[in-house]
Design a protein around this ligand. Structure first.
Ligand code: HEM
Length: 366
């Protein structure tokens, strides 16, 4: 396999390490009897998954897009923050590193906005600010069950911005743009209420998620590209499934309101993080991994295996959550983790392969 940018590999490796250890901690949290390096390790699951893995991946992708060496400080800081969390170093040091990395992403977007002032760049920049503020609140002692909504807002706002960019949604009408801003505003209102009125804030936040899911489902070009073939259809299928799960998580948040732990919390969070966020990662992986590594990637219909398995295993987990069926929740959660490993295997084995036929190399479709 030829990789044109091997120096980016260590940064990617830090993110992957956060993903794998975060998954391990998640299994422990779910009640699986897995060996842990120390007591309390399972509480690192959320921070490792969101700020350690996703934060590093998103910052790395944006540093590559900006093309300036200082920007790589952002993924480096978040990756080091994850390392300190895993290694059992002082929590405050890890939190400072993660905060520094998120501030770095804000700086990256400031530079990108200067080059391309557009609705999509402002949206993604706003997402980075929300992440940094969430990390700041976490450092100030806010519990993860509150901070998690700031982290979720970072992801949904960033992804919505990416869709605006990648799917050329800039061509949406002025009315649709106004609706988009209104729904983002609803999410932010939920966030601002969190410190005073947990229950109501989560319901408002859920309304924002549901509205955004509908908006994306209606306006995203994926509704049309799903009728095409190959990679283009694959991406569209992932996106549409993700918008479905985004709607489910929004409805769950509206229904359950503020719950700090347990099956309802599990259902609303993982419909979001697994059903929505990972569907977006599955969709964008064939474009982003080659861009970051400078390697070739061949689209294979086999990619549908991890997409379908995610749907099936998440359904089992959520059925377990909703019906009070502990075994379903536990087995579904374990299989969720297996699905993510399958995704990594499918992705790595597709990297560097020569295209099966002309035009099969994953490059541009939205
Ligand atoms: C794939 C396997 C996964 C398993 C087994 C798992 C397991 C869990 C469990 C058991 C909880 C606690 C729920 C409760 O209070 O009952 C939890 C919370 C959480 N999970 Fe996951 N999860 C997984 C995937 C993910 C992913 C992919 C993400 C993010 C990308 C994520 C982010 C979170 C966050 C942020 C929390 C809240 C943490 C907290 O309150 O401390 N999880 N997860």
């Amino acid at each position: 396999m030829t990789i044109r940018h091997p120096r980016r590999l260590p940064l990617l490796a830090l993110g992957m390490m956060a993903l794998l250890t975060g998954l391990w901690a998640g299994l422990a949290r779910l009640g699986w009897d897995v060996p842990l390096p120390r007591p309390g390790f399972s509480s690192l699951h959320g921070p490792l998954m969101v700020s350690g893995f996703l934060g590093t991946l998103i910052s790395l992708e944006r540093a590559v897009a900006l093309g300036q060496s200082w920007a790589y400080a952002a993924p480096l800081l978040t990756g080091l923050g994850a390392l300190v969390l895993i290694g059992g170093g002082p929590l405050l040091v890890a939190q400072l590193l993660l905060l520094g990395g998120s501030a770095g992403l804000v700086a990256i977007f400031a530079a990108i906005i200067r080059r391309h002032p557009a609705l999509y760049t402002f949206t993604m920049g706003g997402g980075a600010i929300v992440w940094a503020l969430g990390n700041l609140l976490w450092m100030h002692g806010w519990p993860v069950f509150l901070v998690v909504f700031w982290w979720a807002a970072f992801l949904v706002v960033t992804i919505a911005g990416e869709r605006l960019e990648l799917a050329r949604l800039q061509q949406v009408t002025a009315g649709a743009q106004a609706a988009f801003l209104l729904f983002i505003g609803t999410l932010l209102t939920g966030l601002l209420l969190l410190g005073w009125w947990f229950d109501g804030a989560v319901r408002v936040f859920g309304a924002g998620l549901t509205a955004l899911a509908l908006w994306l489902g209606v306006n995203d070009i994926a509704r049309r590209t799903v009728r095409q073939t190959g990679l283009t259809r694959f991406i569209a299928v992932c996106l549409l499934s993700g918008y479905g799960w985004l709607g489910v998580s929004g409805l769950a948040a509206m229904l359950y309101g503020g719950v700090p732990a347990g099956p309802q919390y599990d259902a609303m969070l993982h419909a979001f993080f697994l059903g929505f966020v990972f569907a977006m990662i599955f969709a964008h992986a064939p474009i982003i991994f080659p861009a970051v590594l400078g390697a070739r990637m061949t689209y294979r219909p086999l990619f549908y295996a991890h997409v379908l398995l995610l749907q099936a295993t998440l359904l089992v987990r959520l059925a377990g959550d909703v019906a009070g069926w502990g075994a379903g929740r536990q087995i579904g959660g374990l299989l969720n983790a297996v699905t993510l490993i399958l995704f990594l295997v499918n992705t790595v084995t597709a990297l560097g392969s020569l295209p099966d036929r002309p035009g099969a190399t994953a490059r541009s479709p939205s």
